[in-house]
Design a protein around this ligand. Structure first.
Ligand SMILES: [Zn+2]
Ligand SMILES: [Zn+2]
Length: 272
C-alpha cells in the first residue's frame, strides 16, 4: 500500500479511535470524581477531606497536560504492541463459551490481582533513586493529589503503566469485555485514590478480607511521604513486604473520629 494512503486510511483513523477511547476512559474516571466529589459532595463531606489545604489550579493544569501526553503514549503503545503482535502471543478471546461465564467473572479479580502485583513491584522499582527522576518524579510533583493526578506520568512511566495490559494478556486468557471491565475499574480506582477525600468506610480497614482493600488515605499517604503504601487495589503486598505506613490506621481512626463528631477541625494535615 502506498505510504500516503496507509497514513490517511489506516494509521490516522487508528490513532483517532485510540485517542477517543483513552480520553473517554480518562474523562469518565477523573470527571466523575472531580464533579461528584469536589464540586457536589465536598461541602457535605468536609470531615472526610484528608488534607487541610487544597491543590492549586496550576497543579491541575499541569496534571491535565501530562495526562494528554499519557493518552498519546498509550495509543502509540497500543499500535506498536497489538497491531504488530505475533499470532497466538496474547490469550485474548471473544467467544465466552470457550471458557464459560464462571471463568469470565473469575478472570476479573484474577487480572486485578495480577495488576496489583505488577503495579506494586514496578512502582517500588520506580522509587529506586536511579530510576525515580526519569520515570516517577512527574507523578510525585502532585504532592497533594487531585483526581487528574491519575494519568500525570512522565512518558517513561506511562510506558511502564501501559505494559501491564500485554503482560496480563500473555499470562492468562482474558475475554475482551472482561478486560474493558478491568480497565474501567482501574481508572475509577486510580482517580479515587487521588481524590483527596476518604470515600471508603474506615472501619473496613480492621475487618478481615475487607481490610485488604486500599482506601483513599492509603495512596494519599504515599503522595504525602513519597514512599511506602505502594500498592493500588489491595494492602496485601505492602503488608507482606513491610512497606505499609505504620500510622496508616491512626490516620483512618482520625478520619473516623472526625466523621463521628463532624468536627471540621483539621487534625490530619502534617507539616509540609
Ligand atoms: Zn499516585
Ligand atoms: Zn510513587
Amino acid at each position: 500500500m502506498e505510504l500516503g494512503v496507509f497514513l490517511s486510511q489506516e494509521l490516522l483513523p487508528r490513532i483517532l479511535h485510540g485517542i477517543q477511547f483513552e480520553a473517554t476512559r480518562y474523562a469518565m474516571g477523573t470527571l466523575t470524581l472531580f464533579v461528584g466529589v469536589w464540586l457536589i459532595l465536598s461541602h457535605f463531606i468536609q470531615f472526610r477531606k484528608i488534607r487541610a489545604r487544597s491543590p492549586r489550579k496550576a497543579q491541575m493544569w499541569m496534571e491535565l497536560k501530562n495526562s494528554m501526553r499519557t493518552i498519546l503514549v498509550f495509543v502509540a503503545m497500543d499500535i506498536v504492541v497489538f497491531d504488530n503482535s505475533v499470532t497466538g502471543l496474547f490469550k485474548i478471546y471473544d467467544d465466552v463459551s470457550l471458557f464459560g461465564w464462571g471463568y469470565f467473572w473469575l478472570s476479573i479479580p484474577m487480572v486485578l490481582f495480577i495488576h496489583d502485583t505488577y503495579f506494586y513491584w514496578t512502582h517500588r522499582a520506580m522509587h529506586h533513586p536511579k530510576l525515580f527522576k526519569f520515570f516517577h518524579l512527574t507523578h510525585h510533583r502532585s504532592h497533594n493529589p487531585t483526581p487528574f493526578t491519575a494519568y500525570s506520568f512522565a512518558p517513561g512511566e506511562a510506558i511502564v503503566e501501559y505494559m501491564f495490559v500485554p503482560v496480563a494478556f500473555m499470562l492468562i486468557p482474558i475475554h475482551h469485555s472482561a478486560m474493558y471491565i478491568v480497565l474501567t475499574i482501574m481508572i475509577f480506582k486510580n482517580a479515587m485514590g487521588h481524590c483527596g477525600y476518604e470515600l471508603m468506610p474506615t472501619s473496613w480497614a480492621r475487618i478481615p478480607v475487607l481490610g485488604w482493600l486500599t482506601t483513599v488515605t492509603h495512596h494519599d499517604m504515599h503522595h504525602e511521604k513519597a514512599n511506602g503504601n505502594y500498592a493500588l487495589y489491595f494492602t496485601f503486598w505492602d503488608r507482606l513486604m513491610g512497606t505499609e505506613h505504620k500510622d496508616y490506621f491512626d490516620r483512618l481512626d482520625a478520619i473516623a473520629f472526625k466523621t463521628k463528631t463532624r468536627n471540621q477541625t483539621e487534625v490530619l494535615e502534617p507539616a509540609e
